[in-house]
Design a protein around this ligand. Structure first.
Ligand code: TRP
Length: 337
């Protein structure tokens, strides 16, 4: 047990880098899941700008993408009345806690992180921040004493490190942190590229015909879905040897709320062309209200900034509490006020 007073509701925290445009995979695989967690939990959603500078980037783009990301999350349904949306660099404590955690992190464990190895290969020069990235991520989570962390499969190794660090700190300095649990989104929401359905839909896909952006024009979405790769054989059925059709079925499943078997029955005997048209229509009507809300929100910078101000204030209160406790436990002399 941590010696933190039990909060009424479980604390959910997740963060994402301000990468610019969100795609359908981000929405169905992640953001929709966050939206569903707002009721019944105390939720924090961070835009991690400090993580964004661990690889090559452009400052002006980072600044623009940060606010743009917030507009997209709100358009997807995150409600600032029900959760705190904040920018990582606005909250004092993340990097301070990361320093303390860094002092108990084995270097070898950082060097073994698969994401570090992948990213390091792609950089001309590797900064220390890329190596210590997972420590900052651990601090993001532990500073809020989160119970659940919605993440994708690719972040599980980082979450393992977070749990190790929390346990190690608790062991060395007495109980302080809760041990956070990963919350992996529901299966079926894994959206693959329309052009190479063996790989995840991605912003960095060389073939952009495979990626649908949330804010894309309906006509362009139609075009991409109509030219999606389908498989040999004419049946419309979800099967491992039919990754293209399976992907379209799962997209339509989430867009319409129907189950895959239901859709298979509905489209039995139907040609690929008609099927794809139906998929496109369902995706466009799911995204239309999101896109309209986004276009409205973009006109209201003052509102977006207000959301971030309130979010940072709420987050800061919780972060300070944890940081004060940690500083005391590690033996830092209390600041005279
Ligand atoms: N590393 C995560 C990603 O790239 C982003 C992230 C940073 C994060 N801090 C976090 C996710 C804390 C969950 C919790 O997706």
């Amino acid at each position: 047990m941590s010696d933190e007073k039990p909060s009424e509701k479980p604390v959910v925290l997740t963060c994402a880098q301000p990468t610019g445009r969100l795609h359908l995979g981000n929405y169905l695989g992640a953001v929709k899941n966050w939206v569903s967690m707002m009721d019944g939990n105390e939720c924090y959603f961070g835009v991690v700008d400090m993580h964004a500078i661990t690889i090559k980037y452009t400052p002006a783009e980072l600044r623009k993408n940060t606010l743009d990301c917030v507009a997209q999350y709100l358009a997807c349904g995150l409600d600032p009345q029900k959760c705190s949306i904040f920018v990582q660099s606005h909250v004092i404590g993340h990097t301070e806690l990361a320093w303390v955690l860094g002092c108990i992190t084995p270097l070898g464990q950082l060097e073994r992180m698969t994401q570090f190895k992948d990213k390091a290969k792609k950089q001309e020069s590797v900064g220390a921040g890329l190596l210590t990235y997972p420590i900052l991520m651990a601090a993001d989570i532990l500073i809020y004493n989160a119970d659940f962390v919605p993440v994708g499969e690719d972040q599980k190794q980082h979450l393992e490190l977070t749990r190790d660090l929390a346990e190690k700190f608790n062991y060395m300095y007495s109980d302080t942190f809760k041990i956070p649990e990963p919350h992996i989104g529901k299966a079926g929401a894994r959206i693959m590229s329309l052009q190479s359905p063996e790989s995840k839909m991605s912003k960095s896909d060389a073939n952009q015909g495979g990626t649908i952006y949330l804010m894309e024009e309906p006509s362009s979405i139609h075009k991409k879905i109509m030219s999606a790769v389908t498989d040999s054989g004419a049946e419309i059925i979800a099967r491992p040897d039919k990754p293209g059709v399976s992907n379209l079925l799962s997209m339509m499943g989430v867009a319409t709320g129907k189950s895959i078997p239901e859709l298979e029955k509905e489209f039995a005997g139907c040609g690929y062309g008609d099927f794809k048209k139906a998929v496109a229509d369902s995706v466009v009507s799911m995204l239309e209200p999101v896109r309209n809300r986004y276009l409205e929100l973009c006109k209201d910078k003052a509102y977006l900034e207000q959301v971030l101000k309130t979010g940072a204030e709420t987050a800061q209160k919780r972060a300070y509490k944890t940081l004060a406790k940690v500083y005391k436990k590690v033996g830092f002399y209390e600041r005279i006020r």
